[in-house]
Design a protein around this ligand. Structure first.
Ligand code: MG
Length: 124
């Protein structure tokens, strides 16, 4: 069985480690980055099925990452935006830039998991 791989990108290292442990415990292959700068490089090198992406990060924010990975659209992972700044405008902008779904922080793990499974199962 091939494990589905999830990359968490969030400047909150505690969120990264906790969420990474939670997702690993239920069988996902999980990695994390605490900034947006290395995301494009990472997903070019390593198969990544899903990106859990924070919007508000210093330097390279989530919108920058969405723009950047749209340049290699054919091979790019599905994206769920995970942010404390959950507002309609951010949700619309994220969807326009290719995000499949939007979860607000603090996240409810069961809700997040349902969304992860739904997005990974969707064909586009
Ligand atoms: Mg943040």
């Amino acid at each position: 069985m091939i494990m589905e791989s999830i990359l968490i990108v969030d400047d909150d290292i505690n969120l990264c480690t906790v969420l990474s442990e939670e997702l690993t415990a239920i069988g996902y292959e999980t990695s994390f980055l605490t900034g947006g700068e290395e995301v494009a490089n990472f997903i070019k090198k390593k198969k990544t099925d899903l990106l859990l992406l924070d919007l508000k990060m210093p330097n390279t924010n989530g919108f920058d990452v969405l723009h950047e990975i749209n340049d290699f659209r054919n091979s790019h992972p599905k994206v769920i935006v995970l942010t404390a700044y959950a507002d309609v405008k951010s949700a619309i902008e994220s969807a326009r830039l290719g995000a499949s779904d939007f979860i607000s922080k603090p996240y409810d793990f069961d809700e997040l998991l349902i969304t992860i499974r739904k997005v990974l199962q969707s064909s586009n």
